[in-house]
Design a protein around this ligand. Structure first.
Ligand SMILES: Cc1ncc(C[n+]2csc(CCOP(=O)(O)OP(=O)(O)O)c2C)c(N)n1
Ligand code: SF4
Ligand SMILES: [Mg+2]
Length: 347
């Protein structure tokens, strides 16, 4: 008698790598830390999209969140920079070799406190990279001081109340001219994974503000950066489906039920309306959405804004197709004759 067995699920991706090829070192972050969930999604998504690890640059600043790149993709290139200075390190790396993909990993302190200036210039330039902010409202690494994204009135330690209004990372990104702005939750792996895929497909800076609870210093149920609050209050804007270039999915929808965002690499993101009518291609609608969410204290997640055609820093800088790092000395140096001509003009 022959016994029918279910077909085995492929353990290798399109470039013949296993998921283990996308892992990093064993995490040293606390068990249950939201940053660990973000790491798991990066590993899963990069494996699924068959991204060659050697073609990825991972960059970070300082903080528990900025330690996270050590825990994914051992075979990728990495640079752990100074506190708040990840954007300048990433910009330099990308300008040197724009054939690479880059994932920047930052924290709310790293971005919204010490690194705000760098962040604003990165989004304004539209440097091609995914910029993840693992946002927990505290400086986790230095034992839980309030960061600039902590809610006004929040009490974490007895007698200590945050008196200042919070900075909204998505709002700052939008005002700064960002071309891709999304918010997600470390407790919502499905949405996070889809947004990560779209962010990797986007040609400019893709800002992903991920509420990522710190289980040690900011996880009381009443805190808007806790797991309990997030699970209770999350309001996804859309039901999202990422469609890689090679897969044309055939699902029938009612007319007007879905919209689609096409990325330069041929992939697309399908957005199915849930409750709110939000057009992520309208900057004004995105600004209004964030302002309404702030005043009403709601937790909206999903793709807030996208402009897939906004020119990137590489395009604006006219870098051409060959990355600077691949040019030969002869291609980079002016000839003696050219130098003589230039000097002659100043004679
Ligand atoms: C120039 C400088 N100032 C201060 C510090 C101390 N410091 C280390 S991590 C950190 C805050 C990190 O917070 P965040 O970016 O939110 O990361 P988290 O640990 O919460 O993930 C601070 C203030 C430092 N390392 N360098
Ligand atoms: S202290 Fe907080 S942010 Fe740092 S690893 Fe632990 S849970 Fe995560
Ligand atoms: Mg933090």
């Amino acid at each position: 008698m022959t016994v029918a067995t279910a077909p085995k699920k492929a353990t290798t991706n399109l470039i013949g790598l296993e998921k283990s090829d996308y892992r990093g070192l064993e995490t040293t972050l606390c068990q249950g830390c939201g940053h660990n969930s973000i790491v798991s999604q990066i590993v899963a998504v990069c494996f699924e999209l068959s991204i060659p690890p050697e073609q990825l640059i991972k960059v970070s600043g300082i903080g528990c969140s900025s330690k996270a790149p050590a825990y994914f993709m051992n075979r990728a290139h990495g640079f752990n920079g100074l506190h708040g200075r990840m954007p300048s390190a990433a910009t330099g790396a990308i300008l040197a070799n724009h054939s690479m993909r880059a994932i920047g990993m930052s924290g709310d302190g790293d971005t919204a406190n010490i690194g705000m200036g760098q962040f604003k210039h990165m989004v304004r330039r539209n440097v091609p990279m995914v910029y993840i902010v693992a946002n927990n409202g505290v400086y986790g690494l230095t034992k839980g001081q309030f960061s600039a994204t902590a809610e006004q009135g929040l009490e974490l330690k007895k007698g200590l109340q945050n008196k200042l209004p919070p900075i909204d990372i998505c709002l700052e990104a939008l005002i700064g001219g960002a071309s891709f702005v999304a918010r997600s939750f470390a407790g919502d792996p499905r949405q996070l994974s889809t947004l990560l895929k779209a962010a990797l497909a986007h040609k400019g800076t893709a800002v992903l503000d991920v509420i990522s609870p710190c289980v040690i210093f900011n996880n009381k149920d009443e805190s808007p950066k806790s797991y309990a609050w997030g699970r209770e209050h999350e309001e996804p804007l859309h039901d999202l489906t990422y469609v890689p270039e090679r897969d044309e999915i055939v699902i029938s929808y009612e007319p007007g039920e879905i919209t689609s965002v096409a990325f330069a690499d041929g992939s697309s993101l399908r957005l199915k309306k849930i409750e709110v009518d939000h057009d992520p291609t309208s900057r004004l609608a995105a600004l209004t959405l964030i302002e309404e969410s702030r005043t009403q204290g709601t937790f909206v997640t999903g793709l807030i804004y996208v402009n897939p055609t906004q020119p990137t820093f590489v395009e604006i800088s006219g870098l051409g197709t060959t990355p600077l790092a691949r040019l030969t000395p002869a291609q980079m140096r002016p000839t003696e004759e050219t130098l003589r001509d230039i000097n002659a003009r100043f004679a």
